[in-house]
Every structure is written in structure tokens, then in C-alpha cells.
Write a protein of this length. Sequence first.
Length: 69
Amino acid sequence: MKTNKYVEDLKAKTAVELNEELVAAKKELFNLRFQNATNQLDNTSRIKEVRKNIARIQTVITEKARVAN
């Protein structure tokens, strides 16, 4: 249920907002990987969660692009 709400929120955003969200998620993933490499990361499952969120954002961006054409 939690992911459905997240996807609905993504679908309500504009293309510019989605791109900003994508950039922020990629930065977060980079920081998580960096922390993991230096053994500072406690919750390693967060990496998987952020990767899936990036995929969700990209999917919504693609859907919006197809509707626009």
C-alpha cells in the first residue's frame, strides 16, 4: 500500500518535478553507496529501496512522455 501511494504522488507531479526527484534520488544512492564502502551504513536495505524508487520515477517519466506523443 505504501508504494501505491508513492507512485500516485509521482504521477501527480510535473515532468520538471519528476526530474528533480530523480536527481535527488540518484544523489542519495551515491551517498548510500559511499557510506556502505566506508562501513558507515547501518541500514543496507535502504540502497535497494532507493534503487527501486529510481526505477519507479523513471517509469512514470516514460509513461508521461508516451502520453505526450
